[in-house]
Design a protein around this ligand. Structure first.
Ligand code: 5GP
Ligand code: ZN
Length: 112
């Protein structure tokens, strides 16, 4: 069994509220939302961060962006902030690449 939280969510071992899924990507609600819409888009393959995703699974990374757009189209008028924290100092706490899709209100840049 893996000790990666998001691998375990992908495997269905830990429950999450799914909002979208493709063969290679899942999207589920953040457990501690920081905006009215706060969804995590995650590759089913384990890579540690967005840079590894770009290098190792670039087509999946592009699919993550497309899924982010679909979530935003469904939930917040198609407009959204997409955040990849990379490294502890940047706020990354789960070391399985994920995009935060945030929206549903006017986001000031200072809210970043
Ligand atoms: P990071 O800080 O690594 O950029 O983002 C990790 C995100 O995962 C955080 O926003 C946190 O709220 C969310 N998170 C942590 N544990 C869980 C969980 O068990 N389920 C869900 N749905 N989200 C989680
Ligand atoms: Zn993982």
């Amino acid at each position: 069994m893996t000790d990666c939280l998001f691998c375990r969510i992908v495997a269905g071992e830990i429950p999450a509220t799914l909002v979208a899924e493709t063969d290679r990507v899942i999207a589920f609600r953040d457990i501690t939302p920081k905006a009215p819409v706060h969804v995590l888009v995650v590759p089913k393959t384990h890579v540690a961060n967005v840079t590894e995703a770009a290098a190792q699974i670039p087509d999946v990374l592009a699919e993550m962006v497309a899924v982010a757009q679909q979530v935003a189209d469904a939930e917040c008028g198609g407009e959204f902030r997409l955040v990849f924290n990379s490294g502890e100092a940047a706020g990354q706490s789960v070391f399985h690449a994920h995009a935060h899709v945030m929206g549903g209100k006017h986001l000031a840049w200072e809210d970043a």
